[in-house]
Design a protein around this ligand. Sequence first.
Ligand code: ADP
Ligand code: ASP
Ligand code: MG
Length: 439
Amino acid sequence: MGIVVAKFGGTSLADATQFRKVKNILLADENRMYVVPSAPGRRDSDDVKVTDMLYSCHKLAQEQKLSEFEQVFQMLSERYLEIIEELELGLDFKPHLEQVHYSILHGASVDYAASRGEYLNGIILAAYLGWQFIDAAEVIFFDASGKFDSERTNEVLSARLAGTRYAVIPGFYGSNPDGSIKTFSRGGSDVTGAIVARAAGAELYENWTDVSGFLMADPRIVKRPKRIHVITYRELRELSYMGAGVLHEDAIFPVRMAGIPINIRNTNEPENAGTMIVRADESHVRGAITGIAGKKGFTAIAIEKNMMNSELGFGRRVLEALEECNVSFEHMPSGIDTMTVLVSDSNIAGRIDEVVEKIRRACKPDHIEVISGLSLVATVGRGMVRYPGTAARVFGALADSGINIRMIDQGSSEINIIAGVESADFERAVNAIYNAFMK
Ligand code: ADP
Ligand code: ASP
Ligand code: MG
């Protein structure tokens, strides 16, 4: 077996007990050479993630609410100090905490503040394991436009890893060309893990979390969904983009490029094989789907015009109107005389009227309607291309449950059927589809 990169999520490193489990997992296989930790997460459902505390601290410092700032900072310091004490590390952590405290109070950026969750946790984990600590700011880079610079990162990081066995690289952040800190979006330690796996030339990227793999549906919506044993990168990308929160949607790119499989595992149940995410897999069952995911918070702009299809440039004009308002779209199902553009609420907030007016002026439609309060439910499966009947089953299940389908889109990937439903029906829709395929 070659090199294994192991990323541990926030709940996996939430306290000293979890740290012990992580150490046991790492020491059980000498191929696990590089570890990417998240910041301490929730210990129970009422708890607060350290990253969230850091965002609060930054906000409170900006607003000069100093006593509240001190309170939250104290709480997050205790999270770390407790871990150090319980693990009997004898690590002098005060200077690190003081540095973070000082910087946040003296104008450090929000990204710097947020990134300290993993930075500090990485220092503790490295001390606990006796492994080297590599600051992600020295090896993960963003370019001047704020985009992740994969080439520079891969060059510097692979050189650094080639000379370093057994190291801890904190997740979630890297640095800008001027050396300042920049984070990925929330959940971004998954992305760091994938980047490290690629740079290390790993044979496997293990992503350790608090569920025993990728489940067929969000366990908060469907009761005890079945585990997915094997899933392809493409299916996973569709599911995670559509809200299956286990893995950050951008974590697939670096490993897919290098053909490194991802294994989702449970820190609290290490004997479970979890889910393997691979390039291709032929072993699917006829008529089966891989998983269901969905998101709330969409608005549809439905446009109708007779003979739309023969009007040259109609679609372009609609999309131009969106572009001029700086709104991107998620889906665009169309019929002969109709076209619907689906946008996320967060994207179009406060600009709906402007967009509609622009479309009206540019396209002169017969009718234009805004439908808000929509959710999207995606049913994903690599077997769909080959076997007929999946769509019928999805829509049949929704109809049998009395759920009104407001939009359908299959896209060109042919591994994903998307149904737009009213948000009040969202959870019922996911359950209806899940049950239809479990029979
Ligand atoms: P970590 O902190 O380890 O990165 P996350 O909270 O980001 O963990 O992701 C794991 C969580 O994702 C699970 O606890 C579960 O509630 C949620 N989740 C959403 N959809 C799914 C799914 N399809 N399969 C498994 N877990 C899911
Ligand atoms: N700690 C960061 C967050 O809460 C990154 C991560 O957990 O992956 O978003
Ligand atoms: Mg996560």
